[in-house]
Design a protein around this ligand. Structure first.
Ligand code: NDP
Ligand code: HSE
Length: 456
């Protein structure tokens, strides 16, 4: 048999180092061990798990794995591996280990969106310079295949907008607050218990995790470099039970959306706007139906039109599925000797929110007396902000939480009224000036909420 023939070759073995044995890492290890035969057949090489780097080898673990695999010596693991799976999270030492692996020519699979959004360019340059691959399907939207479709399937199209729910923890919290009236802290604790939340859940609830994912999606979709710092980010900690009740009254729901879009940037041509914020959606909008820790991403492209990707956005096993897809694909390419390249090409200007228009919902508590409505409406008009709808509720002094039906013409003077305006699209600057002036009206007791609205 000729040299190189697959029939006489010993089966190839790829040494796989796993950095991190937590929620996701433990599930990856389980799959590598339990499905070894099937994975070998698909990858074209046996994937030998040579070790799992953790902080504490003696810590109790939910998934039963051979104790001898655990080590605190990540550096030695990396030095001996053909393929490194990084699931430690955080910036350091993950970044140092990934760079060490790439410099040896070992390919890396990671789910570390925080690191990619902060310093992805350095890592991709290292990968390209050393003929290695860096793959990261799990970094955005858990189990959902979204990176490869954008990077490969849509690489012949022009993507104009990516919009979605990309954080499972916050969707889980908002959904529970919306459907069961649960308290924010209780639901967050449950999301942590279920393995959805980041090690520091502030990253989830303050929107930073979604912002990191939005930066990654924008970089890939628009073939440019977008980092976490370029993303305008607002989390869900300011969303109150009363915002949720008001949304329900208006037939809407509140979701934390990530929005990345190409926008005109004057003579420069295209610019990129990337933002994350709580957003009101009509209850019949497809994203309103995304429940629990599920994620969904809309991609709009010139030729493909609108595509929607949906599935489990967080959790150990779903995320391990995305990691393993990258592991098998990467192993195949190592065997074939042809690593792919990162391929980011241009630098588009980042456009701030001042150049982006959106609809807004503004809640006000006002004195219930004649002329209030017209005075408030005049402020909107003064700033060129057009009102789409206005709803009013009377809140008479009959006890907290008891609200009378919508006000009838002339039925005033009994107490306070709650007004909720939804505007047509307006710039952030015009909206901010409107809200500032409304706050100064003597008939306005408070501005109870300002939320962006999509899908109307
Ligand atoms: P966990 O906190 O559950 O696990 C982290 C693991 O890394 C632990 O085993 C920990 O060791 C180990 N580790 C952390 N720091 C070090 C260090 N300095 N040296 C050695 N080991 C270390 O995180 P997850 O599994 O939830 O997340 C891992 C990565 O995957 C993160 O980047 C996260 O953003 C990403 N991700 C997570 C998803 C999820 O649903 N959980 C979904 C998509 C991506 P020890 O066990 O001893 O503490
Ligand atoms: N903490 C993240 C989330 C994990 O809740 O979506 C998945 O990236």
């Amino acid at each position: 048999m000729a040299e190189g023939s697959t029939l006489t070759e010993a089966p190839r073995v790829l040494r796989v180092a796993l950095l991190g044995g937590g929620t996701v890492g433990s599930q990856v290890a389980r799959i590598l061990l339990d499905d070894a035969e099937a994975l070998a057949a698909r990858a074209g090489a046996r994937l030998e798990l040579v070790g799992i780097a953790v902080r504490n080898v003696d810590a109790p673990r939910d998934v039963e794995l051979p104790r001898e695999l655990y080590t605190t010596d990540a550096e030695s693991l990396v030095a001996s591996a053909d393929l490194v799976i990084e699931l430690m999270g955080g910036i350091e030492p993950a970044r140092t280990h990934i760079i060490a692996a790439l410099r040896r020519g070992a390919s890396v699979v990671t789910g570390n969106k925080a690191l990619l959004a902060q310093d992805g360019a350095t890592l991709f340059d290292e990968a390209d310079a050393h003929g290695a691959e860096l793959n990261f399907e799990a970094a955005v939207a858990g189990a959902i295949p979204i990176i490869r479709p954008i990077r490969e399937s849509l690489s012949g199209d022009r993507i104009t907008r990516v919009l979605g729910i990309v954080n499972g923890t916050t969707n889980f919290i908002l959904d529970a607050m919306d459907t069961t009236g649960a308290q924010f802290e209780d639901v967050l604790a449950e999301a942590q218990r279920l393995g959805y939340a980041e090690a520091d859940p502030t990253a989830d609830v303050e929107g930073l995790d979604a912002a990191a994912k939005a930066a990654i999606l924008a970089s890939l979709a628009f073939h440019t470099r977008v980092t976490l710092e370029d993303v305008r980010c607002e989390g869900i900690t300011g969303v109150t039970a009363s915002d949720i009740a008001a949304a329900q009254d208006a037939g809407m729901t509140i979701k934390l959306l990530a929005i990345a879009e190409l926008v005109p940037a004057g003579a420069a041509g295209d610019g990129v706007s990337v933002r994350v914020h709580p957003t009101l959606l009509p209850a019949k909008h497809p994203l309103a139906a995304v429940r629990g820790a599920y994620n969904a991403v809309f991609v709009e492209a010139e030729n493909a039109g609108a595509l929607m990707f949906y599935g489990a956005g967080a959790g150990g096993a779903p995320t391990a599925s995305a990691i393993m897809g990258d592991v098998v694909t990467t192993a195949r390419r190592i065997i074939a000797g042809s690593p792919g390249r990162a391929g980011t090409t241009r630098t588009l200007p980042i456009v701030g929110l001042e150049s982006v228009t959106t609809s807004y919902s503004i809640g006000l508590e006002v004195a219930d007396e004649p002329g209030v409505l017209s005075r408030v409406a005049q402020v909107f008009a003064d700033h060129g902000v057009s009102i789409e709808t206005m709803r009013q509720k009377l809140e008479q002094k009959i006890g907290r939480g008891e609200v009378l039906p919508a006000a009838e013409e002339g039925a005033h003077g009994a107490g306070r009224a709650e007004l909720r305006f939804v505007t047509h699209r307006a710039s952030e600057a015009a909206l901010a000036a409107t809200v500032a002036d409304i706050k100064n009206l003597d008939v306005v007791e408070s501005v109870t909420s300002v939320l962006r609205v999509e899908g109307i």
